[in-house]
Design a protein around this ligand. Structure first.
Ligand SMILES: Nc1ncnc2c1ncn2[C@@H]1O[C@H](COP(=O)(O)OP(=O)(O)OP(=O)(O)O)[C@@H](O)[C@H]1O
Ligand SMILES: [Mg+2]
Length: 353
């Protein structure tokens, strides 16, 4: 069977956001990705608050519904903790240590690097390779998150009958999906430094890739909920009505000029502010390209506003653009929802690492 590369069993990616649960399942055949299923289910109000799970049971039920809706029979999933709940550090250890020795060494030394009590922390590490200019040591990436962040997510998935196979970090998933998007950009777009701006319902994250590798990440509260709330106030609609009206555009004539345009301007300013955080933390003062993700990337023309205000090259993220799509999936809807599915997509792509 030399010529048949073994087919890797896909894992379903489950993104638990502040307002919904998103599922994506991607398979790989002969170096081609195929979207097998995807689905999105809203979460009960306040089940998750700024990425902290308050209601494991409510999240578990939403996962169960999203699995059912998607039709997948796969039970193995990849979940992620938010980047803000994770501490990662690259440390140096003697090159001659075995994996088991490294583990032991980290247990002893980790309290130097991690500000929580070790018994409350999930610890993981990856040997990155020999340290620069020292053949006697290796660089080891240490990743730690409080156990409750991990356990609540695992608990919710298990309530829904799933088996979590991998726990990831959201920024790693974004990085993986962003690489797929970057490969698709036209040759004339420079991509040495690419900032992924994921503008969701309540949170916005910036993830910067320098030469394809994760270099910076930060999250702040900002998102489309502000627009929804503005619509509710102005037009006397409920939260649900406003959410639907915003997507379908059935709103009074002054909506575009008085509500939507100001929101787009605000969003462009927020993007500008996020980039300033990155410049302050790095030795750079520009990015080559902005990949716009999250549900707010689907707002008509928002990429143009950012591009013109910031003088930047901007595109709307769609990691599925070159993938084939199972006939169970509505391809048109998938394309519309694609920017909001970056994390779920990146999580499922973890199957093929
Ligand atoms: N076509 C559209 N036009 C306008 N707004 C949209 C559109 N599609 C989605 N949105 C908005 O995008 C937001 C949801 O985005 P997304 O799914 O990325 O958020 P989330 O991941 O659930 O939340 P968060 O990342 O904040 O935890 C909502 O405010 C929604 O109204
Ligand atoms: Mg999100």
């Amino acid at each position: 069977m030399l010529f048949l590369k073994q087919r890797t069993q896909p894992l379903i990616g489950i993104d638990i956001s502040s307002t919904s649960v998103k599922l994506v399942e991607i398979s790989s055949q002969a170096s081609n990705y195929r979207v097998e299923t995807y689905a999105v289910e809203p979460l009960p109000v306040n089940a998750v608050n700024e990425k902290n799970i308050n209601d494991v049971d409510g999240v578990g039920k939403a996962i169960k519904r999203v699995v059912k809706k998607s039709g997948t029979r796969n039970k193995k999933c990849v979940l992620a903790v938010p980047s803000s709940a994770v501490i990662s550090k690259t440390i140096r250890l003697p090159a001659n240590l075995k994996e088991s020795d490294i583990e032991e060494q980290l247990q002893i030394e980790a309290d130097q690097y991690i500000p929580y009590k070790l018994e409350e922390v999930n610890l993981d590490f990856e040997v990155l390779g020999p340290s620069a200019n020292n053949p006697e040591t290796v660089d080891v990436l240490l990743v730690a998150s409080r156990s409750e962040n991990v356990e609540m997510r695992v608990g919710a998935a298990e309530l829904a009958g799933l088996t979590p196979a991998v726990m990831e970090v959201e920024s790693y998933a974004t990085e993986r999906a962003a690489r797929v998007c970057i490969e698709q950009l036209p040759d004339e777009v420079t991509t040495d430094v690419v900032a992924v701006l994921d503008v969701g319902a309540t949170m916005t994250s910036i993830t910067v890739l320098e030469n394809g590798a994760l270099a910076y990440t930060r999250e702040q509260p900002f998102g489309g909920k502000l627009l929804t709330e503005d619509i509710m106030r102005r037009y006397g609609l409920s939260y649900e009505e406003a959410g639907i009206a915003k997507k379908e555009g059935h709103l009074p004539e002054n909506y575009a000029s008085e509500v939507l345009e100001p929101f787009k301007e605000n969003l462009a300013q927020q993007v500008h502010r996020f980039l300033q955080f990155y410049y302050a933390a790095s030795d750079r003062d520009r990015v080559d390209h902005i990949l716009l993700a999250g549900g707010c990337a689907s707002i008509e023309g928002v990429d143009k506003v950012i591009s013109s205000r910031l003088g930047a090259s901007v595109s709307v993220a769609n990691p599925f653009a070159k993938m084939s799509v199972s006939n169970r999936v509505n391809a048109q809807r998938l394309n519309n929802d694609a920017p909001a599915l970056m994390i779920a997509c990146g999580l499922s792509l973890r199957s093929f690492d």
